[in-house]
Ligand binder design. Structure first.
Ligand SMILES: Nc1ncnc2c1ncn2[C@@H]1O[C@H](COP(=O)(O)O)[C@@H](OP(=O)(O)O)[C@H]1O
Ligand SMILES: [Mg+2]
Length: 296
């Protein structure tokens, strides 16, 4: 059954390739990132339609694989000299054993340009009918980039929301929230299925409302759009979960850092990036101070 379904996603990919559905992509990296994320997003919608929701595990596997294969094929075709770090074939997980680097050094560590991709972020939500909180992440890390994160471009496609955020046209800075009279001072986006315990305690202390949703990309997009004031995560994540949305957040002018206030770094030997906070700049001092009191 599973192999049949994997064949289904391969066939969808082939159909699209055969029709050359994407045409010639933009030359500028940020527009290329948007193009790529959009193409994978459309493919994921097709996979959902074709496979259905009866077997969630099969749907997750087919979606992850189809989006990964499309992104890698297009990157190999249009950016052949660049390295790739993807959730779906992260060899550095093998190269990093018991907290120590092994002798296997991933090729990307010597590269000047590395695409950091999460073919399907919010995999769980993707497999649940009616949910729209899942995304495709495409980011470019460049050694030449002037900013501390070295993120040179990023795109977050949210196909089920018909929305893509990317650094080619960074969204406007979010508007100040309207006081809706409920006495809550801040809305903090947090994981829908595994919110870190300390975030609940922190929210109580600063009288904030927790807004649960899936996908790191969708939560950061919520901060960018002004639907949430902050996204706080700790306890585990990888570079691909945040690289693309953080690139867009930084391009928009928002604050993004580790929860201790230090810079987010990408294309590290160990791709684990276990915590982060993204918020409006004016909230950063208050949130970082509260985080200091609640650090897990
Ligand atoms: N404790 C943890 N360890 C590793 N990854 C985590 C994690 N908590 C969240 N993530 C990853 O962060 C993304 C968003 O999670 P959430 O929706 O719970 O906020 C998911 O990515 P994937 O869907 O790409 O696996 C999830 O796997
Ligand atoms: Mg992810």
């Amino acid at each position: 059954m599973t192999s049949e379904r994997t064949e289904t996603s391969a066939r969808l990919l082939n159909q699209r390739e055969g029709a050359d559905a994407g045409g010639t992509p933009p030359v500028i990296d940020a527009a290329f990132a948007r193009w790529l994320a959009d193409r994978a997003g459309q493919l994921l919608l097709q996979v959902r339609d074709e496979i259905g929701y009866a077997d969630g595990k099969a749907l997750k596997t087919a979606g992850d694989r189809a989006a990964h294969d499309l992104l890698c094929a297009e990157l190999a075709r249009w950016r052949p000299a660049d390295a790739v770090l993807s959730e779906e074939d992260d060899h550095s997980r093998v190269a990093w054993q018991d907290g120590e680097p092994s002798s296997v050094r991933p090729e990307r560590l010597g590269a000047n340009r590395v695409w950091i991709i999460d073919p399907l972020d919010g995999t769980r939500e993707f497999s649940e009918e009616g949910r729209t909180d899942w995304a495709v992440h495409v980011a470019l890390w460049s050694s030449d980039s002037g900013n501390p994160s070295h993120l040179a471009a990023g795109a977050v496609a949210m196909p089920a929301r018909h929305r893509t955020l990317a650094t080619d046209h960074p969204p406007a800075y979010p508007p100040m929230p309207i006081d809706n009279g409920d006495g809550k001072s801040m809305r903090i986006a947090a994981s829908r299925t595994r919110p870190p315990a300390f975030v609940t305690a922190l929210a109580e202390e600063i009288n904030a409302e927790l807004v649960p949703m899936g996908s790191a990309g969708v939560k950061i997009a919520a901060v960018i759009n002004g639907e949430a004031d902050a996204y706080i995560h700790a306890g585990g994540q990888y570079e691909w979960d945040s690289a693309a949305p953080v690139a867009v957040a930084l391009a928009t002018g928002l604050h993004a850092s580790r929860i201790d206030g230090s810079a987010l770094k990408y294309n590290e030997a160990d791709p684990k990036l276990p915590d982060l906070v993204v918020c409006r700049k004016d909230l950063a001092p208050q949130l970082l101070a509260a985080l200091q009191r609640h650090l897990p």
